[in-house]
Design a protein around this ligand. Sequence first.
Ligand code: NCD
Length: 312
Amino acid sequence: MAQRAEASGWKNRDVIDILDFSREELLELFGETDRMLEEGGRSSEPLKGKIVATAFFEPSTRTRLSFTSAALRLGANVIDLSAEVSSLVKGESFADTIRMLEAYSDLIVVRHPSEGAALFASEISSKPVINGGDGSQHHPTQAMLDLYTITRLKGGVDGLTYAVVGDLKYARTATSFLYALTKFRPKKVYGVCPELLRPRQEVLKRLEALGLNLEMGVGLEEIVGELDVIYVTRIQKERFPDPSEYEKVRGSYRIGRSLVEKAKPDCIILHPLPRVDELPYEVDSTPHAAYFKQAAWGVPLRMALLKLILSG
Ligand code: NCD
């Protein structure tokens, strides 16, 4: 295991759960991200000679490629496990696979469908492990990116009114984002979703214990005029144990142009992407659309994270 919650500072730190990071640490990360965005990182190549491994056991475009791009921009090299053509198909275990990556690299970014996989990897590996999303609760670097985007566009996270919309049961991005908000002082946080996609009881209890009062049971139409940030996710079809349950909620919400027109002029819309039908292309040209900036800033944010972890 590298270092986790008890860690002081960033060097060699595992990134497993957004709740392991303090508000001060997140603000430090955002300051470093600003510097990365301004300088681009290439000038000094602070990670020259380092090797970052990506091990994705689930599909990914943004997380895998932004980590790869971030590592390359800092002068590191990247090796990719490519699960479908590795010895996993011969039956090699996850644990043995992680042991190999530990030997071949300086840091491992892992994505996995099972909750707890990244923590398990961090217990096996003496090299730092970054959770690129596991199961339906944790995607800490996405939550860091979400908060960074809000900080950059709205001047901070505190004092704003949020709606987290969509799949609050299976979308780890939504849950991680809600956990991340507990580190700040939002004015109000609404959870807007169909009944079948309500957050798990365990998540609601944890949020409450952390002091976040998630207001459920309102419709987006009623509250859209109050919102500063709309955070929307797709329905995570692949996580439904029963396809007929998915059919019941398919297409049940949509942030269309007619809704967005009722929002405050400076309300921003975030989406971790990919989108399916919940956020139509017609919204892209409105001043509210912030999701492409959010995705693009994934590179400087992950540059800052890799630099802090690998070179302190
Ligand atoms: C998300 C994920 O994998 O949780 N993607 C991402 O990293 N931006 C969101 C999703 O798949 O809906």
